[in-house]
Ligand binder design. Sequence first.
Ligand code: 3PG
Length: 481
Amino acid sequence: MMNTNSSADQFTFGMIGLGTMGRNLLLNMADHGFAVAGYDKDPEKSVLLEKEGADNVVKGFTDIKSFVNSLQHPRSIMMLVPAGPIVDSVIAELTPLLDKEDIVIDGGNSHFTDTTRRDKEMADKGFHFFGMGISGGEEGARKGPSMMPGGDEDAYQFVEPILTAVAAHVNGDPCVTYIGPGAAGHFVKMVHNGIEYAIMQLLAETYEVMRKGLKMDNEAMHAVFKSWNEGRLQSFLLEVTTDIFAYKEPGSSTLLLDGIKDEAKSKGTGKWTSQVAMDLVTPIPAIDSAVSMRDLSKYKAMRVEAASLYADEQAGLSVDKAAFLAQLEQAFFFSMITTYAQGMHLLASASTQFAYNLNLADISRIWRGGCIIRSAFLETMLSAWEKNPELKHLLLAPAVQETIKETQPGVRAVVTTAIAAGIAVPTYATCLSYFDAFRSASMPSNLIQAQRDYFGAHTFERIGQEGVFHADWQGEASVQP
Ligand code: 3PG
């Protein structure tokens, strides 16, 4: 069917914001037989939507009123606009045109606290609203993303057939499910992105060890990444990395990667994950260090100055290359699992703290396809929570214990060797140290308590004795040399 001229009540679903994500998701819906309308102030985007959707029932609008009037009742409208104040201004422009019972979906990367507020504001006005994280980038939106809707469950049920149809599918399961009340969907998407930051940083550190430590060229690194992606490390981010190590711009003889500035940007979701993890008293040091390393990369001038002050001849590692690459493969798997474990631990804490009632098996299930952190390992994660829905921490699951034991020597060798050679591997190192502390029945935190009590009289608890105590650390009982 061709594009149609609009008339009232004609379209099943409307999209506000026809950037690549919004346009592609709408085209995906159209491919699945839904009549869809899109709105963007920029006429070029509206024209592009109609051009690309020419074989389906797709209509672009530059006037919001005509767009709203073209939709079937109750209206289902998704916003895919940049997070922050723009979302509020679109809602302010839209709501006077809506009828009660209409549904508004925020499909962007909104901060979960904004979604909590908007959820209440929209409900107070009589509209249905829900926040939904969408992952998969441009291609995912077009061919099947992973979607994390939370909030108004009735509204979600109403649009579920459309979302289920357009989502990625793995073994017949759609990569979308109702996540939980309030801002649960956006919270889970935020943590997804935090995990994404850490896995990307692990891959960057792998590159650093390979080029500075093993003195490998791009072609050799490409071959290793490619072979890893055919095994248990199979994941979208490894696939992307493999492709990057083969990409030359038309007419160029060098890898594009070599011409890209080493200053990483971000839109904030990793930082938000670390910030809320601190509030929820849940350690996620892999994600914290990934955020910190993106930040450190921005101080290029300082790094260049420091490089001249502390120049280090990187002679390369004296290791058996093939054996070390096998250890690197183990290190990556160990650290990837530890990263997922930390992210899931944060979700478990948020579920309790914010009453999100998260189902960690369902979340693992919908992350298996469509999203940026999809990987073969998610099948193991899914089965861990399916077998034990009460599982408190992934590293306690029988399903991962053998792998953690098997890969541990590799990560230990990689971290110690890289650090001894002066190669920065902060996220690998923090994954290993997190693990070493996590598996410690006794941590040195008794000393922290003693120090706190010494200088601040903050008190401490004793082993085998109820109550809180304070000691006169400098009093008579103290032993002075
Ligand atoms: C996402 O995955 O949502 C973003 O595309 C990546 O986030 P970043 O720009 O903060 O890296």
